[in-house]
Design a protein around this ligand. Structure first.
Ligand SMILES: [Zn+2]
Length: 431
């Protein structure tokens, strides 16, 4: 399939530039041309479909660097409690009753919301990875599936079998080795996760330093911060992405910097669970790559990267009483390019560039909340909402356009199965 997009206003996040009246040519999954409308190459490009963007915004799809998509099943199930109570008395209780099909349909529910809000890639860390991978392949979304949510008895053997059994030749799917946290997995389990990462050359993922309680327990038990503990275990010898990092200090920054560790900041989840404000401005000043994540819809309760960009920027401004930081162009970079870097996909996605995968979104410039356009970046970060997304394309395939999902996406079936699943799960778990 050859697609030509004309009259696009491209937001070039790498250079914080706005490129008006641009054409983008796409052949199958790849961007083959980016240039001004009146270019000879684009004029000669014979497309199966020409899409006139009518000056709407075109930018790289959002990269959600920390998600648990199937937790969309638990949206609104338990609000207004702090993390430990939310986890141990609610989520962990109901999750014991999850079946592979619950995750298959729950993930698709999360993906529907993601697609509508312009998220084209998710790092998804949850149970039943085969269900996560199948859901992403079915809907055509890009996924980094983080393996290791289950608390296996023999973690090394189980993770290895799990990894080998999963699809390895799909352009949309890659993997990470994952451990939930230092408080749910013992040192041996964390070491086993490192062994698997080493054996299969996988990047790593884990929740780190999310609450003060986690720090206190870790220092009490090991006389180390969680970051120091993970360094000792060898977690950072591989490319690693850590989620949250609400409570980390300057010594931790040095460790993260030294090992090129990225941080997935999840402002909405941190605020709603009362965890605190991650010092991401200081981390960025210390040259740490910080990207954005929604976390699961059970603690957010949306999967909306516009809201994460907005909150992440405003939280730092109010916390530091400083307004000239976390600018709109930088926030969009965090939601795209920085996420791609954190997921090791920076040569493939995160920018509108020749040779890159066509993971692209169209954002309206005509909806009332987007008028007037005094500054494109400002409107996208501070004003836009998911309903302003007019098109979402992943790997050159249009998944959503003008309020409608592609024909092959059976929204009704997904909704029906999710409602059935949560009813059963609540009955069985008594939550
Ligand atoms: Zn999480």
């Amino acid at each position: 399939m050859k697609i030509k997009i004309v009259n696009a206003t491209i937001l070039d996040v790498e250079n914080s530039k706005v490129l008006e009246k641009y054409t983008v040519c796409i052949e199958d999954s790849t961007i083959t041309f980016v240039g001004e409308n009146d270019n000879l190459f684009s004029q000669a490009f014979v497309a199966d479909r020409i899409i006139d963007f009518e000056d709407d915004i075109l930018c790289a799809g959002f990269v959600n660097a920390h998600a648990h998509n199937a937790m969309s099943l638990f949206r609104g199930l338990k609000d207004d409690v702090e993390l430990q109570q939310w986890l141990y008395e609610n989520m962990f209780v109901i999750e014991k009753y999850l079946q592979p099909d619950d995750v298959f349909y729950g993930t698709q529910l999360g993906l529907l919301e993601s697609i509508k809000s312009g998220i084209t890639t998710n790092l998804d860390a949850y149970f039943f990875p085969k269900s996560i991978v199948d859901a992403n392949i079915k809907l055509g979304t890009r996924c980094v599936c983080a393996l290791g949510a289950t608390l296996y008895e023999d973690r090394y053997k189980s993770l290895k079998e799990e990894y080998i059994s999963l699809p390895h030749n799909n352009d949309l799917v890659s993997y990470m080795a994952y451990a939930h946290s230092i408080y749910t997995i013992d040192t041996k389990g964390l070491e086993d996760t490192v062994f698997i990462a080493k054996e299969f050359n996988l990047p790593m993922h884990i929740h780190v330093s999310e609450t003060l309680g986690e720090i206190g327990d870790c220092v009490g038990k090991y006389n180390k911060t969680p970051v120091q503990l993970l360094q000792n275990i060898g977690f950072f010898e591989h490319k690693c992405l850590i989620a949250h990092s609400v409570y980390i200090d300057k010594d931790d920054y040095d460790i993260l910097n030294q090992h090129n560790v990225s941080v997935a900041h999840c402002p909405a989840s941190n605020m709603k669970l009362g965890s605190g404000i991650a010092p991401i401005y200081s981390m960025l000043q210390a040259n740490i790559n910080v990207c954005l994540g929604t976390d699961g819809a059970a603690s957010n309760n949306s999967l909306d990267m516009f809201r994460e960009m907005y909150l992440a920027s405003l939280l730092q401004k109010v916390n530091l009483h400083q307004t000239d930081i976390m600018s709109a162009p930088f926030m969009l970079q965090m939601a795209t390019l920085n996420g791609a870097k954190a997921l090791n996909l920076q040569d493939k996605i995160g920018e509108v560039k020749v040779g890159y995968k066509a993971d692209l979104i169209r954002i309206s410039t005509k909806d009332v909340n987007m008028i007037p356009i005094n500054d494109y970046y400002s409107n996208v970060v501070y004003s836009a909402k998911p309903e302003n997304v007019k098109m979402t394309m992943v790997n050159g395939q249009i998944l959503y356009e003008n309020g409608k999902f592609a024909d092959f996406i059976d929204v009704e079936k997904i909704v029906f199965e999710c409602n059935k699943a949560i009813k059963r799960l609540k009955n069985e778990s008594k939550i």
